[in-house]
Design a protein around this ligand. Structure first.
Ligand code: AP5
Length: 214
């Protein structure tokens, strides 16, 4: 199964993609995670991406398109994949069509995660991420056993640079302007599923599996 996850920041794309990877073996391809790793490694790609990410802007299309093309060409997603956070612009959507043209199968479903804006801000402003293994927690919604310490690996929990409230608002505005138009693009093709995603993680996971036929 090959899925695309669309949705505003904090709507749970990464959480659900990671569950599908863990439980069903679908490969999670998160452009945000790949870019954050490049920033942490101090690569030329990371240096170019950091300035955009820190202010909540999108990284240029040519950069993220190259990342996705390389990942899909690597052949390590045999059981299928979830594109988590890509495409995000009309240019990226066209590039994905071109990439899939050379691929043995097509995108099955495009899932649009739907969550109220205030809930998004609450989720993101309280999110804490492990510096070592990238596991995600929330200060109040899913707190770690010991404050500031990852349950999974003992690493330090930090706040992402772009999870400060003023940057969250900018990311939401960028989503409205650049990414929301893709909902119509995929709806017109009959590929879009709108998924109410404001409930608990396991409820959303169950609804997602039913919606896409997994
Ligand atoms: P990216 O990392 O993709 O961030 P995002 O889309 O803003 O998404 P988030 O990771 O913030 O949210 P999410 O929807 O995955 O929710 P999550 O599961 O994490 O991108 C970051 C930056 O990279 C961009 O701003 C841009 O600069 C750049 N970038 C990335 N891709 C790009 C592209 N294609 N083009 C250009 N630039 C690109 O959950 C959020 C929180 O909510 C967590 O704390 C989680 O525990 C909690 N939570 C999740 N689900 C639930 C639930 N059901 N109930 C309660 N809490 C929940």
């Amino acid at each position: 199964m090959r899925l695309v996850f669309l949705g505003p920041p904090g709507s749970g794309k990464g959480t659900q993609a990671s569950l599908l990877e863990e439980r069903l073996g679908l490969c999670q391809i998160s452009t945000g995670d790949i870019l954050r790793q490049a920033v942490a490694d101090g690569t030329p790609l990371g240096r170019e991406a950091k300035a955009c990410m820190d202010k909540g802007a999108l990284v240029p299309d040519r950069v993220v398109i190259g990342i996705v093309r390389d990942k899909l060409a690597s052949g390590d997603c045999e059981k299928g994949f979830v594109l988590d956070g890509f495409p995000r612009t009309p240019g990226q959507a066209e590039a994905l069509d071109a990439i899939m043209h050379d691929f043995p199968a097509s995108i099955d479903r495009v899932v649009a995660f739907q969550v109220d804006e205030e809930a998004l801000v609450t989720r993101l402003s309280g999110r804490r991420t492990c510096e070592e293994c990238q596991a995600m927690f929330h200060q109040t919604l899913s707190p770690p056993r010991a404050e500031g310490v990852c349950d999974r690996c003992g690493g330090r929990l930090v706040q992402r640079n772009d999870d400060r409230e003023e940057v969250i608002r900018e990311r939401l505005a960028v989503y409205e302007e650049s990414t929301r138009p893709l909902l119509k693009f995929y709806a017109d093709r009959g590929q879009l599923i709108r998924l109410p995603a404001g409930g608990p993680v396991e409820d959303v996971h169950a609804a997602l599996k039913t919606a896409v036929g997994l």
